[in-house]
Design a protein. Structure first.
Length: 255
């Protein structure tokens, strides 16, 4: 399975009703979107106030490419000032690509919270869990915050929910090389876990037998997806041509 599939499943996940494991399903109404010629828009934020990943550049390029393939308008920005009510009204979803540190001010935080709770989608990739540590709501949005990680190495991912549209294209067991995050808490029970990493397949994991690595949930009326995958440049370097299932996932995510 191509590593760039990480991007496509992220956007597919935003489209799908998703609740904490064991909870009752609730699907919010679609958010109304404006855009050129009816095209749905996604805002990709790559701002960092801490460590900056080399994978941001190829990751952003891959997201823009997938957007073009699926008729989406993807606007990339380093300017967190674009997180305001007036500008966010044009977008169906936000993607935070390895955003780190305290990268939002109070007004931007408030605008982000309103956007999601009113029905906007949010996708967090890799180090999106390594920022805004002083803002409790952001921790609720992501689901869990980065605590530590061992060295980059191969490991085996177990897909936990093959019925979810975001996971359907992936094999039940998926071996890949990445930076495997431990989190400050196990988010299970607060989120719907989509995939776990097998700590017996690599060295240095600290969460034990249940180690979620990708999940989705709802925050207010907004659909949220997070994946810890995506540290390496290689995660995004291969040409991505998603399967037909992922094609439809992109389309559903913005309708």
């Amino acid at each position: 399975m191509r590593p760039a599939v990480v991007l496509a499943v992220a956007v597919a996940a935003v489209a799908s009703a998703c609740v904490a494991d064991g909870g009752a399903e609730h699907a919010p109404s679609p958010r109304q979107v404006t855009g050129g010629a009816g095209a749905a828009r996604v805002l990709l934020l790559t701002r960092t106030a801490g460590f900056r990943h080399e994978s941001i550049r190829p990751g952003a390029a891959a997201i823009r490419r997938l957007g073009r393939e699926h008729g989406l308008v993807v606007d990339q920005t380093e300017d967190a000032g674009r997180l305001n009510d007036a500008e966010l009204a044009a977008y169906r979803a936000l993607v935070f690509l390895s955003t780190t540190g305290e990268f939002l001010d109070a007004a931007q935080e408030a605008a982000l919270q309103r956007f999601v709770e009113r029905g906007g989608g949010w996708v967090g990739i890799h180090a999106a869990s390594a920022g805004e540590y002083d803002w409790p709501w952001y921790g609720e949005l992501v689901g869990a915050r980065l605590a530590r990680h061992p060295a980059i190495q191969p490991a085996t991912v177990h897909v936990a929910d093959r019925r979810h549209p975001a996971m359907a294209p992936l094999p039940a067991l998926w071996t890949r090389t990445d930076e495997w995050y431990d989190f400050r808490i196990n988010p299970r029970g607060r989120v719907h876990v989509l995939a776990t990493v097998d700590e017996s397949s690599y060295s240095g994991g600290g969460m034990g037998a249940d180690h979620p690595i990708a999940w989705c949930h709802q925050v207010g009326a907004g659909r949220v997806f997070y994946t810890a995958l995506g540290h390496t440049v290689e995660s995004f370097a291969e040409p991505a041509r998603p399967s037909s299932g992922l094609d439809s996932g992109w389309a559903i995510a913005v309708k």
